[in-house]
Structure formats: C-alpha cells, structure tokens
Design a protein around this ligand. Structure first.
Ligand code: CP
Length: 328
C-alpha cells in the first residue's frame, strides 16, 4: 500500500464532528486540504492506505441514506479500518431498545469512530454521553449535516481551482428550496460563509426560516432574482419527512415557481454549475434535463464525499492518538 503525498500537518480543534457550528475556518481548510490529498488515493488502482489499521468505525444509521452511508463505509475501508454497519430496521430498536442503550451496547465493542444519522436533532450529541469514540454527525433532523457541507465546499474549491488562501471569496452561491427543514442548507450556510462566499437563499415564504440574518445570507422569495449572476446553484429537495402539513399548492406549481427549469438554467452565467446533495426529486425541484446537463456536478459531489469522509475519519483518529500521547 503506497502512502499519500501532500498530507497537511495539523489537527482539528474538536474531538467530535457534530456540526459546522463549532469548527474554525482553519478546521474546515485542514479537512479540505486533507481530502485533496486523499482524493488521489481514489484515482489509484489499489485504493487503500493503512492509516486506520486496527481502528474500528461504527456506522449507525437510524434513518435512510444512500450516499452518506456508502461513502462513510468506503472511506473507512479505504483507510483500512474495521467497520460495524448498524441498520436500525434490523436492530433491537425494533424491540424497544433506546438510543442511549444502543450506544452503551456498541460502546462495549470499543469503536474508535462512530458515524451517526438520526431523525432527531441532537442525537449525535447525546451519544457523546455514553460513547468514548469520536462521534461524527451524518445528519441529525433539521439541525446539521456537516460532511455534506464539507463535500460541497470541496467540490466548489476544486471546480473553481481555489487555494486555501482564496477560499470561496468572491463566489456567489444560491441555495434554493426548502431551507427551513434542511440540515444541508444550515450546514452549507455556515460553511460557505466561513470560506468567504456570498450566499443567497430562496424558496417559498413557508420554507424560509426566521432569523436568517444570523447566517449572513440574503433571502429571496423570487428565485429568478436570487439566480442573477450566480457562480453556483444548489437545489434542495422538499423535506416531506419533516413537514406535517403541505406547504405548497402542488408539486407542479412548486416546480414552475421554484424549480431549476431548462429555461432558468439557460439564463445562468455560462460558467455557473448546478449542485444537489441528493436524493433528487426530478420534476419537482429540478428538471431531469438540468440534473443530467454537463454543468451539473451532482455525481462529482457524490464522488467527493469519499475523500472528504476519509479526511474527517483520519483527522479525528489523529486527534485521539495525540490526546493519548498528551500532545494535543
Ligand atoms: N445527501 C445525502 O445525505 O444523501 P443520503 O440521504 O442518500 O445519504
């Protein structure tokens, strides 16, 4: 197994990754630089490095996932870690076991790193009370999805060939859709602003949260206005699983007023890219032709998720090692 070149020095200021909230700009840049070094591993024939040999990564998914679950599993395996794949639907949660008792049970198996997705905001934070490994939030309710925002930032930095010094300064990025119920929107607003981007959010008034000014973003209910002269547009799914009452007349109406249609794509600056964290609802927030357009980087986002999650696992494990040695 060959090693990785250009791996940056340094450790994170945190022992867990619970959100972008709590990270410094230096933390974010360290993760992105480390991910850049690991992305070269994913281009090799032999996609494996020994950094987490002897470590155990537990993937605890209490909510459905395709991209995050598979890329965390692949990231752990590419770093040579052992993995525990916990699936809520086939676990003893079905027999009434609580989240904390599940955490205590898995803690007895001594995992070093614990990846958690849960429908309740704060569930990863709760697990820090009963587990000693580093906890990584893989999406908790409408709260945060930090590794999604990091992989989105990585995609933007790579596409626009930005250095750490430049960050995302001068780029205009629009996030469109159900901002109020989206953990991706919240983590992205924090992360993109930390890297210096100008961020606009747009959607129906019923899908825009209160107190957006705390994020330093501009809010619009007119999508066409929000899309003027942007460098990137990030489309979001309506988070139906977190909405009790319908917040729009129909999906057809929603698409017409807020969707990224072929006509809207044609009006974007030529260099602008289209992003979506997935899963997509084609014909609701994005036209099928736009999703498959050459300017769409949606599949690159999914690919970049592996390198970014390798970086997060590696850096948190490095922090644990330094803590044991007393060098942190
Ligand atoms: N973007 C994202 O979190 O996708 P999954 O729900 O498939 O993991």
């Amino acid at each position: 197994m060959s090693q990785v070149t250009n791996l940056p020095q340094g450790t994170l200021s945190v022992s867990h990754l619970l959100g972008i909230d709590g990270l410094t700009q230096e933390d974010v840049l360290l993760i992105l630089q480390t991910a850049k070094a690991f992305s070269k591993v994913n281009d090799r024939n032999l996609k494996k490095v020994p950094f987490l040999r002897g470590h155990t990564v537990a993937n605890l998914f209490f909510e459905a996932s395709t991209r995050t679950r598979t890329s965390f599993e692949l990231a752990a395996k590419r770093l040579s870690a052992d993995t525990i794949q916990f699936n809520a639907s086939t676990s003893s949660l079905k027999k009434g076991e609580t989240l904390l008792d599940t955490g205590r049970t898995l803690e007895a198996m001594n995992p070093n790193l614990v990846v958690v997705r849960h429908s309740q905001a704060g569930a990863p934070q709760m697990l820090t009370q009963v587990m000693t490994g580093a906890i990584i939030n893989a999406g908790d309710g409408a709260h945060e999805h930090p590794t999604q925002a990091l992989l989105d930032a990585f995609t933007l930095m790579s596409h626009f060939d930005r250095s750490s010094e430049e960050g995302l300064k001068g780029l205009k990025i629009a996030i469109i859709g159900d901002i109020a119920h989206s953990r991706v929107a919240r983590s992205n607003m924090l992360c993109l602003r930390l890297l210096g981007a100008e961020v606009r959010v747009a959607g129906p008034g019923t899908m825009l949260p209160q107190a957006l000014e705390q994020y330093g973003v501009a809010a619009f209910t007119d999508v066409d206005e929000a899309l003027e002269s942007v460098d990137a547009v990030m489309m979001l799914r309506i988070q139906k699983e977190r909405i009790a009452e319908p917040l729009m007349a129909s999906e057809r109406e929603y698409f017409r007023h807020f969707g990224l249609t072929v006509k809207r794509l044609a009006k974007l600056p030529e260099h602008a890219i289209v992003m979506h964290p997935g899963p997509m609802n084609r014909g609701v927030e994005i036209a099928p032709q736009v999703a498959d357009d050459p300017r769409s980087v949606i599949l690159q986002q999914a690919e970049n998720g592996i390198a970014v999650r390798m970086a997060v696992l590696y850096l948190l494990a490095l922090g644990q090692q330094n803590e044991h040695r007393g060098t942190r």
